[in-house]
Design a protein around this ligand. Structure first.
Ligand code: ATP
Ligand code: MG
Length: 569
């Protein structure tokens, strides 16, 4: 391709609206342009990258035995109503009506659609398992579209759905997809971690997220330095504490102290001159099976996802003043576990270790000090309830410490079980002639987000450093002065040689200064530059420069093709 024929509107200035580096560089390198909030056009260079990411995904999905389909983006509401997601999905769903007033939405994901397809086309276990995928644009009216194509409202996704007769078959396919995803992200040259994600309360299956490690990632990734444990913030476990006998058996009794208007942990801690770690934070929740008092140490944060799981409830919300008053007899800010009746008490492990704890007295303007677990109160359930922290002991190997880095979620694999098939009465006949709901899995990768994540991970002050596998072109041939006949002829010859061999190459045939051209090439991130200048040519040599390392070597002009093919492997 000739540079003068390409639409590559590069920018010198950093666009103000772009907060993260990938967004800035995609705009500056002329790869994308914004049409509306969270809606982007991919220009030729950007689209080439997108197509390459898609192709790697496609090859690995095909290799894993999945079959490509293509479903519509315009989806009738009826199927969404069958699963109840027409309501649940809320404002993120783009809803439209046709001329007959029939309701539709633009697909944000396709579980309902694929389940409908499969229930109408598969009826026997003999036709299972099956894994169907598509690469298609999704629509989600995100509250905060941002970071360019990383969190947009229309974006490319590969979504796959597998259907099984047995749990074992699902487990196998889930592993198969796990491997396929590893191959995809390995081929993309990304540094990633696979985290255990919180899988929700009742009926939620197991799921893992593929996170590309980058400082600008939206999600913290908790991982062990010693073993392969890795989890999201919601899912990260806390190793059980060892409770010794002495801590639960101390003499004396709690003392009631006046704490007028001191309600929060910080206020009370300051007022009584104790550390927040000495306080027993008592949170009253409402659930479908009644109120609950959840206890965590004052300096810890309660993880509602864990609490939900421990209680096996689906609805969980902090109680309002009225309920708190009813449960504790006191207004908000004075709840504590001592003599707390008619409510289930769930305590985090760490609470049991607090010696001489401080907590609410269940009476306005009073707290208790010297509170000890076992002697003064007991919990109905003791469990892991808090968010893990950096430097906590790893819950798996119980040896090394947890570290936290930030990550960008690029892929998600999920064991759905029968969540959709039951609601949609999607059944098959099993070996014993019994009707059973399909057991399902689903597997997604964001295409544009993955491309952006690659930039986020590999860039420098000059621009993008593409992994060769997804660079828009592999080589740029740059004559220092295109108007000089010698240079032009050598450049054109090398350009042709490479093109004929199938190398993706751009010839920078623009007039103008070489400095400006090189700046553009580095900004766009061509992995290999061939620079043809008068000095080298005198000796029949050209410069070959690698974008990733900055490494430069002089190459005989007749040996460029061989050198390049060697690098591309
Ligand atoms: P997030 O938590 O980031 O909103 P999600 O859990 O909603 O992601 P999934 O429904 O699992 O995402 O979608 C599968 C993949 O699609 C994600 O792993 C991500 O790569 C991509 N993706 C999701 N939302 C967006 C978006 N708004 N813009 C670009 N890619 C997205
Ligand atoms: Mg989302």
């Amino acid at each position: 391709m000739l540079m003068t024929r390409m639409l590559v509107p590069t920018l010198r200035e950093v666009p103000k609206e772009a907060e993260v580096i990938s967004h800035q560089l995609m705009l500056r390198a002329g790869m994308i342009r914004k049409l509306a909030a969270g809606v982007y056009t991919f220009l030729p260079l950007g689209y080439r990258v997108l197509r390459k990411v898609e192709q790697i995904i496609r090859e690995e999905m095909n290799r894993a035995g999945a079959q490509e389909v293509f479903m519509p983006a315009l989806l009738p509401a009826e199927l969404w109503k069958e699963t109840g997601r027409w309501g649940v999905y809320g404002k993120e769903l783009f809803r439209i009506k046709d001329r007959h007033d029939r309701e539709f939405c633009l697909g944000p994901t396709h579980e309902e659609i694929i389940t409908d397809l499969v229930r109408n086309s598969i009826n026997s276990y003999k036709q299972l398992p099956v894994n169907l995928y598509q690469i298609q644009n999704k629509f989600r009216d995100e509250i905060r579209p941002r970071f360019g194509v990383m969190r947009s409202r229309e974006f490319g996704m590969k979504d796959a759905y597998s259907f099984h007769a047995t749990e074992e078959s699902l487990d196998q396919e889930y592993q198969n997809m796990y491997q396929a995803y590893c191959r995809i992200f390995d081929r993309l040259g990304l540094e990633y971690k696979v985290v255990e994600a919180d899988s929700g309360a009742i009926g939620g299956g197991y799921s893992q997220e593929f996170m590309v490690i980058a400082d600008t990632g939206e999600e913290p990734v908790y991982f062990c330095e010693g073993c392969d444990y890795c989890a999201s913030r919601d899912a990260a476990g806390v190793a059980e504490y060892v409770v010794s006998e002495t801590q639960t058996k101390s003499d004396g009794k709690p003392e009631k102290v006046k704490t007028p208007d001191q309600k929060t942990i910080e206020e009370v801690a300051q007022f009584l001159k104790v550390k927040p770690a000495q306080m027993i934070k008592t949170l009253i929740y409402e659930t479908e099976s009644g109120p609950v008092a959840a206890l965590v140490r004052g300096d810890h944060e309660l993880n509602e996802a864990k609490l939900k799981k421990v209680l096996a409830v689906e609805d969980l919300k902090l109680a309002d003043e009225k309920v708190i008053k009813k449960v504790t007899g006191a207004p908000l800010g004075f709840a504590g576990p001592v003599k707390l009746k008619n409510v289930k008490i769930v305590a985090d492990h760490a609470v049991l270790l607090i010696e001489n704890g401080v907590t609410g007295a269940n009476e306005q303007d009073f707290h208790l000090t010297g509170v000890v677990y076992g002697r003064d109160y007991k919990a109905d359930v003791v469990a892991d309830l808090r968010y893990a922290l950096e430097h906590d002991v790893c819950p798996r190997c119980k040896n090394s410490k947890l570290k936290v880095k930030r990550g960008i979620e690029v892929g998600h694999i999920f064991k759905l079980g029968t969540k959709y098939s039951k609601k949609m009465k999607a059944n098959f006949i099993d070996e014993n002639n019994q009707e059973k709901p399909f057991i399902m899995g689903c597997y997604g990768v964001g295409v544009g987000r993955t491309a952006a994540a690659a930039i986020e991970q590999k860039n420098d002050k000059d621009g993008i450093i593409w992994p060769i596998s997804i660079a828009p072109y592999q080589v740029a041939v740059i004559p220092v002065n295109f108007d000089e006949k010698d240079q032009r002829e050598v450049a054109e010859k090398i350009y042709k040689e490479l093109s004929v061999e199938g190398v993706e190459v751009v010839l920078d045939d623009r007039p103008g200064r070489v400095g400006m051209k090189l700046k553009d090439m580095d900004l766009i991130g061509f992995p290999i530059k061939i620079i043809i200048g008068p000095k080298g040519l005198k000796e029949g040599k050209v410069e070959l420069k690698l974008r990733s390392t900055g490494e430069m070597k002089l190459v005989d002009k007749g040996e460029v093709l061989q050198e390049v093919l060697g690098i591309l492997g």
